[in-house]
Design a protein around this ligand. Sequence first.
Ligand code: NAD
Length: 314
Amino acid sequence: MTKILVTGALGQIGSELAEKLAQIYGSENVLITDIREPEQNHLDIPYQKLDVNDEQAIKDIVINNQITEVYHLAAMLSATAEKYPIQGWNLNTNSLLTFLELAKDKKLSKIFWPSSIAVFGRGAAADMTPQEEVTNPLSMYGVAKVAGEGFCEIYHQKYGVDVRSIRYPGLISWKTLPGGGTTDYAVDIYYKALEDKKYESFIGEGTALPMMYMDDAIRATIELMQAPKEDLTIHTAYNLQGITFTPEEIAAEIKKHISDFEISYAPDYRQAIADSWPNSIDDTQAQKDWNWKPEFDLDSMTVEMLKHLKSKLQ
Ligand code: NAD
């Protein structure tokens, strides 16, 4: 019997992933948790408050609810972690170790924990960044993700823990706002296009970043978690490519639907983080090991984003 715990479940990814997990496994077999209270639990999935900085609270919730699998999404994202580096480091590393320890002690059978393209930095090829590439990140967030990948590999190799991970690119969605990442501009731009017909981008012209539509990211996560264990060869985190574009390319795509839309540029501290990240990702290994293939491109994602946001903003 699969009993799933989702941490950070009210965030950009968690809110959509929990819904999908509830459809697959049944709402009664999913427990959503967050440090925040839900505004409304429209999903009808059981909720409990959980601060993942509280090691004992994590242990209690796993044992008391006979949890078998965890999707550990609670984190401090890249832009926020630059402002609060110590809190970011502690949150992004300690809680993962707590879950890995529970799995080592056979209290959990499977863990999903997301890494990020932020693991790359100095010395890494920017175009089609390979799976096995140097990871010298220039952000505190990236340093914590590299550490996390290392923990996953060690717990897998030494203790046989089944922990699976993806280096998500920047994720674009309309249901829940992003929570303080460097790629948030690619969500903001759609809102501002519909509301004001103009957008001032905090990421500069010509900055290409790897991105992905949320539907693809959720499907990737579930496909990876359902893949046969023996097929998986990467025990740090899988590279995953979706769509690469620059601010002017996404603006041009939006202009096809909103002809008087205008973009301007005012890069801020997030530009330095973006400059240290890849432009595109080589995900050959994910294709080989679990048949990964994205479905959305910039064109189809823009159609979906504008359609859904238009009705949401009415
Ligand atoms: P988010 O900021 O939208 O959501 C994170 C959630 O964690 C929030 O609901 C927040 O309330 C909760 N949280 C914060 N501190 C907590 C604590 N101490 N205890 C419990 N909950 C706490 O983030 P997201 O975009 O959903 O990201 C989820 C994971 O995916 C993170 O590990 C993030 O690093 C990773 N990731 C996200 C992206 C992206 O573009 N969204 C890209 C790469 C990796």
